[in-house]
Design a protein around this ligand. Structure first.
Ligand code: SF4
Length: 296
């Protein structure tokens, strides 16, 4: 089938560095297994066509008047704020925190190469480890920080690998790193002794068994999600991406239930214990040895 190429090539995002008052945000809803999310940036340069954040307040109330993915705002005091939290005594530090980094940006958005804010936060957490840290990214830039990641006891690096088809990847994630580089990053992380997760989220058109075979050697486990369960709004925040799939003649990949069928294929290749799904899967932290005690 002939697929149209993505027509609008996103331009380089404008950058608005700023200081913020707070760096950890209490979680709930989709990330109920975590206590906090950590976003070293607001905005994101990766421009995924399905990004539900463009439908959220962070974009709708952004003061820059720019479309999603055309702005990024580094929180320049993020490491200093996190260090201040870490130094708090009386159980108020990071020791009980289960942190997801990040849910509304990519902590390795390209400006991280210059600002090193995610790296600064990891340095704090290497000294003051949280109960759990999940680093969620699409970028092999995460390998730069292997020295710090290896010092954090209960960390998992979760790399999004949403398809095995580079043409599909270019259609839906035009500014994000290619699939081969992400798989290489997972392999290098695992080789270095860091736990790895492949986030097939949202699952895009692919050959599920072939993708599972590619992930077998590089991911400790795989979490599969779809537009309907994964955007926190039953697919409403994913309208543009669903429409894009239909335009491309790939509408059967936009029907509720498609990811569950693909997950069955993943289980056949990887074994049931290595494949989890959607919200329950993202929040299942037992495999990291996470303390089940809630924060006071
Ligand atoms: S990397 Fe994440 S936050 Fe950034 S555009 Fe893609 S889906 Fe959105």
């Amino acid at each position: 089938m002939e697929r149209q190429l993505w027509k609008e090539r996103p331009r380089r995002a404008e950058c608005f560095p700023r200081e913020v008052k707070q760096i950890l945000t209490r979680t709930g809803g989709f990330l109920s297994g975590f206590t906090h999310s950590l976003q070293p940036y607001t905005g994101c340069e990766f421009s995924c066509a399905y990004c539900y954040v463009r439908e959220m307040a962070v974009q709708k109330t952004n003061p820059h008047g720019l479309p999603w993915s055309q702005w990024v705002s580094p929180k320049t005091n993020a490491p200093a704020l996190l260090a201040r939290v870490a130094r708090r005594g009386g159980g108020g530090g990071l020791a009980k925190a289960r942190i997801f980094c990040s849910s509304s940006t990519d902590p390795y958005t390209p400006r991280e190469r210059h600002f090193e804010l995610t790296r600064g936060c990891l340095a704090v957490m290497a000294e003051h480890p949280p109960a759990v840290l999940v680093v969620q990214t699409r970028s092999p830039l995460v390998l730069r920080d292997l020295d710090l990641l290896r010092r954090i006891p209960r960390v998992v690096v979760s790399v999004s690998v949403t398809t095995d088809d580079e043409q599909v990847r270019r259609l839906f994630e035009p500014n994000a790193p290619g699939l081969g580089r992400r798989l290489e990053a997972l392999a290098a992380l695992r080789e270095a002794g860091v736990r790895t997760q492949a986030a097939v989220a949202p699952l895009l058109p692919c050959d599920p068994e072939r993708l599972a075979r590619r992930l077998d050697a590089v991911a400790d486990r795989v979490v599969v999600d779809d537009f309907f369960r994964g955007d926190g709004a039953g697919g409403r925040r994913s309208r543009a991406a669903l429409e894009r799939l239909r335009e491309q003649g790939l509408g059967h990949w936009a029907e509720p239930g498609y990811a569950g069928r693909a997950a069955d294929a993943f289980r056949r290749v990887l074994g049931a214990e290595r494949v989890v799904e959607s919200e329950a899967g993202f929040n299942d932290l037992a495999w990291l040895g996470a303390a089940a005690t809630p924060l006071s």
